[in-house]
Design a protein around this ligand. Structure first.
Ligand SMILES: *[C@@H]1O[C@H](CO)[C@@H](O)[C@H](O)[C@H]1NC(C)=O
Ligand SMILES: *[C@@H]1O[C@H](CO)[C@@H](O)[C@H](O)[C@H]1NC(C)=O
Ligand SMILES: *[C@@H]1O[C@H](CO)[C@@H](O)[C@H](O)[C@H]1NC(C)=O
Ligand SMILES: *[C@@H]1O[C@H](CO)[C@@H](O)[C@H](O)[C@H]1NC(C)=O
Length: 948
């Protein structure tokens, strides 16, 4: 039987390789298409991609460009793309593509642009990227790539743009040695954007030399150590240097002064020592941030008055002593000064000829005794925590309290369109109703800090309008909104582009517009600097009249057909892989894998009671060969599949992608640990698979999906206040168990609403200890690890120090609590939920004045009893300093007490909680099927989870 399948598969495999082997771009493209969903509808009209498929361009029946920006495509990128040897541009940015980037991408010798911005790719960057000899533009930012930067990228001597930012890359920055190339060989590169990864080690001295023409060096938010090499001073072309948020030590090299073209310099949040650097030579500098380092006590530097281009001076906590010179404030374009947390003393004199752009002077926590202002002005001066504000009666002075945050953010004005009431779409700045293409423009190093300056945004808008007009792209008007700084200190502006002439963009139009942004063809002036664009999906059809149902039919058909084909291709691939594996195994008999291979007999798996070892075949069978339909999620670790065991039990299978598997012993340790963890509020491990090079964990399947989905309304039932309290309590108890009762204690490390599941009775179950770390020795209070977790939930202390404690989970849980009441993402449009709640909060008012921020659906049927205390405990959990946060057991007690005060029994089984549960379950397997009170109309099931 098995061998017959093998024969069939082999046949198909040969058949496929054969048909692909003859440079038939059409068949290759159809294979790619079949591993994708949501491809443009006109791909169904004609099997030949060169017959005018949206997003595809050909020359002499060979495909030369694939641009599918913001098409809503999901699926994986088949390695067969490597057969498209005439391809020059591949831009799949802003789609939800998952899985690894195949090494076969390296066959694309003519590729000039490779742009996969903001997808969900994972796994290592293939070494073969170094074979793309024609490449000039490489943007892989905003994905989940792991592992090191392949040194082979140093072979790409034509590259001018390298953006690998915001992934999970590790290892050190590769530089050449002997025959191995490195980033120092990229002598044509102007941009190294490597921020937001987990790069470690020293910044190699060798990477900088005078033949480099780099203008942007962005290494912020990594784990780099060692000193800043003095070779940096050799790269005279540099305009932006961001090394902030690393662990750099030592003195700032003095020849940094040679960088006379530097506009922006960020060295903040490192461990730099010695005297505050002498920056006298940096005449062009607009933006300087040296905050939060460990410099020696230094006098106010003389260059404070000579850097005449400065807009922004941030030297928060840099050990400055002495009196500030009044001339500082007459630097013509100065906007913001933050010198808080120093030892500045004497009199603060803002002088009489101050910059007319000056917005704010923050001198909190210094030793200033007097303040002189020789002119009426609107500048916000903050002297809280200085002797001048400690005198009796001083508290009434405006500078002795924090200024209210009342700037109205910029928004492109639409007032001349007030008479327009769009039935469909949105009013554009030109007063037409249309469906805009929306996303965030994110600027990593703008030259200004005054976010309230309308003229700046109007100028940007003007540049964009001119650009689209000149390039004849189908954009009618441009709107910009809500500029704000996100947690990374990047400037985020919401961009909306309205289609020209039509109500909607068509696909070719949108692709052209998307590419102009993913490829930086539109370049704003230096005030803004480079950016990246993060697009929302564009809806080509919602609300459009007619045509929809037939479309859907076509799509479903295509998907079904596609999956069968994709499954076959995968099976064919697996077959080859397995052959290779079997060969490998004979030579690795002594590895820990061998001991653990389930095929090696049951005696080989000691200490794992009640946990079953599954073979690869068993799990493959119960997930239809890990079919796309069974795929219910992705994580850093790999894919999650739904499966059904032979006895009918539903399971969720976490399958590590090749490349992210751990060592055999680590895997064994993890299983031993998980199999000992049993609690009502934790998802149980049923088994595992350690077979054929795979590592999988098999969990019980939880029917009602994630809390995240419920909050967003995707699950089809509504969470009222009482339910949310129960969910909070359940999840808190689960975490308390991990911290206090598991032996050894377990720190979850990735607490978030996506990792809290709801069972059929809406009991919260904490899931995904895949990243968990045990404390091991019970006497240790922390472990030092590479930072893992999810942006927005991550404990800032852990993030800065890499020291993981139980309090890191408490922080994330606090964010979860805030999400539970607001139903907002922790970071939404650049706004951080913790800050938003704190800012909106007024303890003297009912519900702390949070009505506007609360999820509107929370209180439709219940009163919000205890909400204030709930907010209090949430905010205690997100205290900056871990020691000030409560323990999980304190959190549990507090939530219990809130429930008791609200007249609820925290220990009641949820069945007794409300009649709705009992009523709803009558005559139906699913307790919510008839629960119209709580269900959204239509779809009662979490669409992805329970199709039956
Ligand atoms: C890379 O640069 C180093 C140092 O400049 C040089 O010795 C080496 O030959 C270069 N390697 C390649 C592959 O260009
Ligand atoms: C800073 O550097 C400049 C030019 O290199 C020099 O003239 C000046 O004396 C230096 N200042 C200090 C305080 O070392
Ligand atoms: C300055 O540093 C202090 C302490 O590190 C911090 O609380 C404050 O927010 C910082 N100010 C700014 C503007 O970053
Ligand atoms: C400011 O502090 C410095 C260093 O501690 C000291 O020498 C100086 O006298 C102080 N100035 C004033 C006005 O207090």
């Amino acid at each position: 039987m098995g061998s017959r399948i093998h024969q069939l598969v082999l046949f198909l495999f040969i058949h496929f390789s054969f048909s692909i082997a003859q440079n038939d771009d059409g068949s290759v493209m159809r294979v790619l298409k079949d591993s994708w969903r949501n491809t443009p509808p006109n791909w169904e009209d004609n099997p030949d991609p060169c017959s005018g498929w949206d997003g595809i361009r050909c020359r002499d029946s060979r495909i030369i460009s694939i641009i599918l920006t913001s098409m809503g495509v999901t699926g994986t990128l088949s390695g067969d793309v490597g057969q498209l040897t005439e391809l020059e541009i591949l831009d799949l940015s802003y789609n939800r593509l998952t899985g690894p980037l195949s090494p076969r991408i390296g066959n694309l010798r003519k590729l000039r642009n490779l742009q996969l911005v903001d997808c969900d790719f994972s796994g290592p960057l293939p070494e073969t990227l170094g074979s793309l000899e024609s490449l000039t533009f490489l943007s892989l930012n905003l994905n989940g790539f792991t592992g090191p930067i392949p040194p082979s990228i140093g072979n790409l001597t034509n590259l001018y743009w390298l953006d690998l930012a915001d992934n999970r890359l590790t290892g050190s920055i590769p530089v050449s040695s002997g025959n191995t190339p490195g980033l120092d060989n990229l002598t044509n590169a102007l941009h190294f954007h490597l921020g937001g990864n987990r790069l470690s080690g020293d910044i190699p001295e060798r990477i900088f030399h005078s033949n480099l023409d780099l203008i942007h060096l962005l290494l912020e938010n990594n784990q780099l150590t060692g000193t800043i090499p003095d070779t940096l001073g050799l790269v005279k072309s540099l305009e932006v240097v961001r090394l902030d948020r690393n662990s750099l030590t030592g003195n700032v090299p003095s020849n940094i002064n040679n960088l006379t073209n530097l506009f922006e310099l960020y060295l903040s949040n490192n461990l730099l020592t010695g005297q505050v650097p002498n920056l006298t030579g940096l005449d062009a500098l607009f933006y300087l941030d040296l905050s939060n380092n460990t410099f020696d006590l230094s006098d106010v530097p003389s260059w404070f008055t000579t850097l005449q281009s400065l807009t922004t001076l941030n030297m928060n906590s840099t050990s400055l002593v002495g009196q500030l010179p009044a001339e500082l404030f007459s630097i013509p374009q100065l906007q913001n000064v933050d010198l808080s947390g120093n030892r500045l003393n004497g009199t603060l004199d803002i002088g009489s000829s101050q910059s007319d752009q000056l917005q704010q002077v923050d001198l909190q926590n210094n030793q200033i005794a007097d303040f002189r202002q020789r002119r009426q002005s609107t500048i916000a001066v903050i002297l809280v925590g200085n002797p001048i504000c400690m005198e009796t009666g001083a508290t009434s002075d405006p500078f002795c309290s924090l200024p209210p945050n009342n700037d109205t953010p910029y928004s492109t004005q639409l007032e001349k369109c007030t008479s327009i009431d769009c039935r469909r779409g949105q009013a554009s700045p030109n007063c037409r109703c249309a469906f805009p293409y929306t996303g965030n423009l994110v600027f990593r190093a703008p030259s200004f800090s005054d976010l309230g300056n309308r003229a700046i945004y109007e100028a940007l808008r003007g540049q964009m309008i001119d650009y689209f007009r000149e390039t004849q792209l189908p954009v009618d008007s441009v709107s910009l909104r809500n500029p704000s700084k996100n947690l990374d200190g990047y400037l985020v502006i919401t961009l909306q582009l309205f289609p020209f002439a039509d109500e909607r963009f068509n696909r070719t139009g949108l692709v052209d517009v998307g590419f102009s942004l993913s490829n930086q063809t539109f370049k704003p002036n230096d005030t803004f600097g480079t950016y990246y664009f993060q697009a929302e999906n564009y809806d080509f059809s919602a609300g459009a009249s007619g045509g929809k149902s037939s479309n859907t039919g076509a799509i479903v058909g295509a998907v079904v057909g596609g999956c069968v084909l994709a499954a076959l291709v995968i099976v064919a691939g697996l077959y080859v892989f397995r052959k290779k594996d079997q060969a490998d195994r004979t030579t690795h008999e002594s590895s820990p894998f061998a001991l653990w291979d389930a095929n090696n007999g049951s005696g080989a798996v000691p200490q794992v009671k009640g946990t079953k070892a599954f073979s690869f075949e068993e799990l493959s069978k119960c997930t239809n060969n890990f079919s796309e339909f069974n795929n219910i999620g992705t994580g850093g670790y790999g894919m999650v599949y739904k499966g059904s065991l032979p006895d009918g039990q539903l399971v969720a299978i976490k399958r590590a992608t090749r490349g992210s598997t751990q060592g055999g012993l680590e895997f064994k340790t993890e299983i031993e640990l998980l199999s000992r963890v049993h609690h009502r509020n934790l998802v149980s491990l049923i088994g595992f698979c350690f077979d054929q090079g795979e590592q999988m964990l098999v969990y019980e399947y939880i029917v009602n999906g994630t809390v995240k989905d419920s909050l967003s309304g995707r699950s089809g039932f509504r969470l009222d206040w009482v339910r949310r309290l129960r969910i909070a309590l359940g999840a808190a108890r689960g975490l308390q168990y991990l911290h206090d009762l598991a032996d050894p204690p377990i720190i979850h490390r990735d607490v978030k609403t996506n990792n809290i599941l709801l069972d059929e009775r809406l009991v919260a179950k904490v899931a995904d200890f895949g990243l968990s770390k045990s404390l091991g020795d019970a006497n240790r209070t922390h472990v030092t690890t590479q930072v893992k977790g999810t942006m927005g939930y991550m404990d800032p202390e852990y993030y800065m120090t890499n020291q993981l404690t139980e309090k890191s989970d408490v922080y994330s849980f606090g964010v979860v609590l805030l999400e539970l009441i607001t139903a907002r993402n922790p970071i939404e449009k650049g706004k951080y939920i913790v800050r938003e709640v704190k800012q909106a909060m007024d303890k003297s008012k009912e519900l702390y004045n949070l009505q506007d921020i609360l999820d509107p659906t929370i209180g439709l049927t219940t009163q919000l009893k205890g909400l204030e205390r709930f907010v209090d405990i949430a905010l205690r959990c997100v205290e900056e300093i871990g020691d000030r946060r409560p323990t999980m057991s304190e959190v549990v007690k507090e939530i219990e007490s809130i429930m008791e005060l609200a007249g609820l029994n925290p220990n009641a089984e949820s069945t007794s909680n409300s009649a709705a549960y009992n009523n709803a379950s009558k005559g139906s397997e699913h307790p919510y099927t008839n629960d119209s009170l709580f269900a959204y109309s239509g779809d009662h099931f979490p669409a992805k989870l329970d199709p039956k």
